[in-house]
Ligand binder design. Structure first.
Ligand SMILES: C[S@@+](CC[C@H](N)C(=O)[O-])C[C@H]1O[C@@H](n2cnc3c(N)ncnc32)[C@H](O)[C@@H]1O
Length: 238
C-alpha cells in the first residue's frame, strides 16, 4: 500500500504516483471509477486516503495521447469532475476510460466510434462497466446524424487519424459547442494527412485551418517519444 502523501495532483482528477516496481519513478494515474476492473491491462495501486482504500489506474502515455500530452507539458486541462465531453474516435476506449475516471459518476462522455468491430469491443469492455460513457456508433463526418445525443459540449476531443480530421473536428465544434464556444483537443497524425510532408509543416497547416475558423491556439505539443509524428493541438473558441 502506497502512502497518501505520495499522491501528487497534476490536474483535477490526474495524479502522479510512485511506480510500485520502481519507487523513484513517478507515473500518471487516474482514480478508478470501477475499482477492481481494468480495461487494457493497465496496472493499479491502492492507497489509503482518509481511511478509504482508493484504487488508481496507471495511465500509459504509450497507449494514450492525452497522457503523453500531459507528460510533454500540457498547460490547459478543462476536463473535471461533473463535466462533459464529446470524444471522436473512441476506439476500444483506452483514453475514454481515463477521461471517464476524471469526469466521475456525475459527468458524461459521449464516445463516437465508426468501426463496428472496434465499437463492439468498446461496448463490451468499457461502456457496459461505466455509468458515464454514452456510445455513439456513427461517422464523425456527419455530426448531424448522431443518435442519442443531447445538449452541447464545452470540450471536444478528436483522435480519428483521417486526412480530413481537422475539418471533421471543426464541424463537430460548430454543432456541439455551446454558442460555438469551447475547447478542442485535436490529435494530429501527420502521416494520415500527408505521409511525405514534414510533420511541423502538416501541424502548421492544421493550426492555420483552425485559426481561419476563429480558434485561438492554446498549445501545440509534439508527442515524441511516446508517439512518432503525432502532435496534440489544443485550441479554444471564446
Ligand atoms: C487512433 S484511434 C483512436 C485511439 C483512441 N482515441 C485512444 O486514445 O484510445 C482512431 C479511431 O478513430 C476511428 N475513426 C476513424 N474515422 C472515424 C470517423 N470518421 N468517425 C468516427 N470514428 C472514426 C477509428 O475507427 C479508430 O478506432
Amino acid at each position: 500500500m502506497t502512502d497518501a502523501d505520495e499522491v501528487e495532483s497534476v490536474f483535477p482528477g490526474v495524479y502522479k504516483l510512485a511506480d510500485p516496481k520502481n519507487p523513484t519513478k513517478k507515473l500518471l494515474a487516474t482514480r478508478n471509477l470501477t475499482p477492481g476492473k481494468v480495461f487494457y491491462g493497465e496496472r493499479t495501486v491502492r492507497i489509503k486516503i482518509n481511511n478509504e482504500n482508493v484504487e488508481f489506474r496507471f495511465w500509459d502515455p504509450f497507449r494514450s495521447k492525452l497522457s503523453a500530452s500531459i507528460l510533454n507539458g500540457l498547460v490547459f486541462f478543462p476536463f473535471a469532475e461533473g463535466g462533459s465531453c464529446l470524444y471522436l474516435g473512441a476506439s476500444t476506449g483506452t483514453t475514454v476510460s481515463h477521461v471517464s475516471d476524471i469526469l466521475g459518476s456525475t459527468g458524461k462522455l459521449f464516445a463516437v466510434e465508426m468501426a463496428p468491430r472496434v465499437a463492439r469491443e468498446l461496448l463490451e469492455q468499457v461502456v457496459k462497466h461505466r455509468v458515464n460513457v454514452v456510445p455513439i456508433i456513427a461517422d464523425a463526418r456527419h455530426p448531424e446524424r448522431y443518435p442519442s445525443i443531447y445538449g452541447t459540449f464545452p470540450v471536444i476531443y478528436c483522435d480519428i487519424a483521417q486526412p480530413d480530421q481537422t475539418d471533421i473536428a471543426i464541424a463537430n465544434c460548430e454543432r456541439y459547442f455551446p454558442d460555438k464556444k469551447g475547447s478542442l483537443f485535436l490529435v494530429v497524425k501527420a502521416s494520415s494527412i500527408d505521409a511525405l510532408e514534414d510533420m511541423n509543416k502538416v501541424v502548421s497547416e492544421q493550426v492555420r485551418k483552425l485559426e481561419r475558423s476563429s480558434f485561438e491556439i492554446v498549445q501545440k505539443i509534439d508527442l515524441e517519444p511516446f508517439d512518432k509524428k503525432h502532435a496534440m493541438i489544443v485550441a479554444r473558441r471564446t
